[in-house]
Ligand binder design. Structure first.
Ligand SMILES: [Zn+2]
Length: 191
């Protein structure tokens, strides 16, 4: 199998991703350097896949009459830089040079406000089921591309639950870090 990454970062855009702009972003602090990737999971309604509701949610276009759960989140203004669907398709909502709103109150290695200096990647998934193999393969390729574009990331890839313990549980117990890290290493070795 061809393991070389098919993604490339140009001017904060991921070539190979479908661009779906979200209004939910602001500028990173002037001194902020991109040095962390945060992995999340999301599904709307919870534990249901497909339907395009996550995309609508990140664009503030979710119709709250479509599902009772949507009423509970309709006032939230959030985003991630990337969403990897169950099909492996990658969507980009926010340019990497901008600050997406995915981490909330958070801390990594003693540094607060992870949104300032991180890239947020959502996997379409939930805490109660396995992710697709294709999602791992695509995620690993994307992360390698990001590490090349932003060398300060190095090995700094964390789960939302790692940077907001007690408050967040994603990417959840089914996210296989060993599998993910070994795929990243395979792609690096093949370069
Ligand atoms: Zn999260």
């Amino acid at each position: 199998m061809q393991q070389r990454s098919s993604f490339q970062v140009v001017d904060g855009q991921l070539i190979g991703a479908k661009q779906i702009p979200s209004p939910n972003f602001n500028q990173r602090p002037a001194e902020a350097k991109i040095e962390l990737v945060v992995i999340h999971n999301i599904s709307l309604p919870p534990s249901q896949f497909g339907g395009g509701y996550i995309q609508q949610f990140f664009q503030n276009q979710l119709d709250s009459t479509q599902h009772p759960y949507f009423e509970t989140i309709q006032d939230l203004k959030v985003s991630a830089h990337l969403l990897i669907l169950r099909t492996g398709e990658v969507l980009q909502f926010v340019n990497f040079q901008q600050r997406a709103w995915h981490a909330g109150r958070s801390s990594y290695l003693g540094q607060q406000e992870c949104n300032d200096y991180s890239i947020g990647i959502e996997l379409e998934g939930s805490d109660d089921c396995a992710f697709e193999t294709l999602q791992y393969q695509v995620l690993a390729q994307v992360v390698v591309s990001l590490q090349q574009a932003y060398p300060a990331i190095q090995q700094h890839v964390a789960g939302h639950s790692d940077i907001a313990p007690g408050r967040k549980t994603d990417p959840g117990p089914y996210f296989d870090w060993v599998k993910f890290r070994s795929l990243v290493q395979q792609i690096k070795n093949s370069k």
